[in-house]
Design a protein around this ligand. Structure first.
Ligand SMILES: Cc1cc2nc3c(=O)[nH]c(=O)nc-3n(C[C@H](O)[C@H](O)[C@H](O)COP(=O)(O)O)c2cc1C
Length: 182
């Protein structure tokens, strides 16, 4: 039976490198029979967690009235989470990071999640692998902490212009990765 895969994207640049990478993964995953939901955090307003500790206590996942409350049900329905993002200052763009921080709501309210697996797709300008260590390790630590099986990480380096990924093997790698999800 196909999985329900939630792809959270981080780039504010429409149809840029990481957006194309997300779409290639989605195409592969759909060919493999999975259902996908793509959610662009950069198109939404998700404010930072303020540690008010009132998650799920007032009828919504987060007490701050922002778009996280439309994302939370999608997170609850997902079997797999994929983060598709550009590298911003060695880390996640703030729009995506705000969404990631608010997974805290599920933890402190002990709301169980169905997510069992995760993956990371990253694009960046640098060609130095070491500069991606922060984002890759953050993702890996998070997936371990959340007890998600890490299905893999795709990093496509050396991309500046929004179409530069087309000249790499990144999209075919991502599509094949999507196809390989069982
Ligand atoms: C605010 C900002 C910060 C960035 N920081 C980094 C960085 O730390 N390292 C890097 O290699 N590239 C950095 N980049 C370049 C992007 O990661 C790169 O161009 C990426 O391919 C953009 O993906 P997109 O087309 O999906 O937006 C940065 C770009 C922006 C706009």
């Amino acid at each position: 039976m196909g999985k329900n895969i939630l792809v959270l994207t981080g780039s504010p640049r429409k149809n840029g490198n990481s957006d194309k990478l997300a779409d290639a993964f989605i195409s592969g995953a759909q060919q493999a029979g999975h259902t996908t939901v793509k959610y662009s955090t950069a198109d939404k307003t998700i404010k930072g967690c303020i540690d008010c500790q009132t998650c799920f206590k007032h009828g919504t996942a987060c007490s701050i009235p922002d778009d996280f409350n439309t994302l939370a049900p999608l997170i609850e329905q997902a079997d797999m989470l994929v983060l598709a993002t550009p590298l911003y200052c060695f880390s996640f763009p703030m729009q995506l990071k705000a969404a990631i921080d608010k997974f805290y709501a599920f933890l402190i309210s002990q709301t169980p999640l169905k997510i069992k697996e995760s993956a990371l797709l990253v694009t960046g300008g640098s060609k130095d692998k070491a500069e991606y260590e922060g984002i890759v390790q953050s993702y890996q630590l998070m997936s371990k902490f959340m007890q998600w099986t890490d299905q893999g990480v795709i990093v496509v380096m050396g991309l500046h212009g929004k179409d530069e990924i087309l000249a790499t093997d990144g999209l075919s790698r991502a599509e094949n990765f999507g196809k390989s999800i069982v």
